[in-house]
Design a protein around this ligand. Structure first.
Ligand SMILES: Cc1cc2nc3c(=O)[nH]c(=O)nc-3n(C[C@H](O)[C@H](O)[C@H](O)COP(=O)(O)O)c2cc1C
Length: 164
């Protein structure tokens, strides 16, 4: 079934590491995203260092589940030389959704943990990953082989559609 309909937030993971080829494929999906003026404002940090993952899991009170993940992807956005800087976080949202969908395609599970636009969280994550000058962190995506199962969520509500 299409991962758009089966994807759920997975917050519990097996300990086994994720193969680097799978991570690469997930990041290929991220970079396939559309962006304003095709500006592709993204960069990605892939964190597998246990100590850093633990620190990321403490970056805010809803990030705890990252602690058990074998890897955390940190999508980031450039802050300089953008054609449409006002769209940078929107572009990153699409790339991050592509990450979540390709995670499912790869037989893995993951969850979006919000960082941007909350400045305090961004500063904390930027510092933990030692982010490069000119970049800001956007989100945390802990991922791994799922240690929990969730049924697809049907959120279709026809009354929210307004045909004109
Ligand atoms: C922008 C954004 C921020 C989120 N932040 C968190 C978070 O900080 N912690 C968390 O556990 N889940 C977070 N989530 C996941 C949502 O809680 C989850 O997507 C929502 O409850 C729907 O559940 P589902 O993903 O299983 O369909 C976030 C999702 C989005 C899109």
């Amino acid at each position: 079934m299409n991962p758009v309909f089966t994807r759920r937030s997975i917050r519990r993971f097996e300990e086994r590491p994720v193969e680097p080829e799978k991570i690469e494929q997930i990041l290929r999906a991220a970079m396939a995203a559309p962006s304003a003026g095709n500006q592709q404002p993204w960069e990605f940090y892939v964190v597998t260092d246990k100590e850093k993952i633990l620190k990321l899991s403490k970056s805010h009170k809803y990030a705890g589940c990252a602690a058990g993940a074998p890897a955390v992807i940190v999508p980031c956005f450039r802050t300089k030389n953008l054609v449409f800087p006002m769209y940078d976080q929107i572009d990153l949202s699409i790339a991050t959704q592509n990450i979540l969908l390709e995670i499912v395609n790869q037989g893995l599970g993951g969850v979006w943990l919000g960082i941007a636009p909350i400045e305090e969280r961004m500063r904390c994550v930027d510092e933990i990953i030692g982010i490069e000058e000119g970049l800001r962190s956007f989100a945390l995506v802990p991922l791994g082989y799922p240690a929990e199962e969730k049924p697809p969520a049907d959120r279709f509500e026809p009354e929210r559609i307004h045909y004109l």
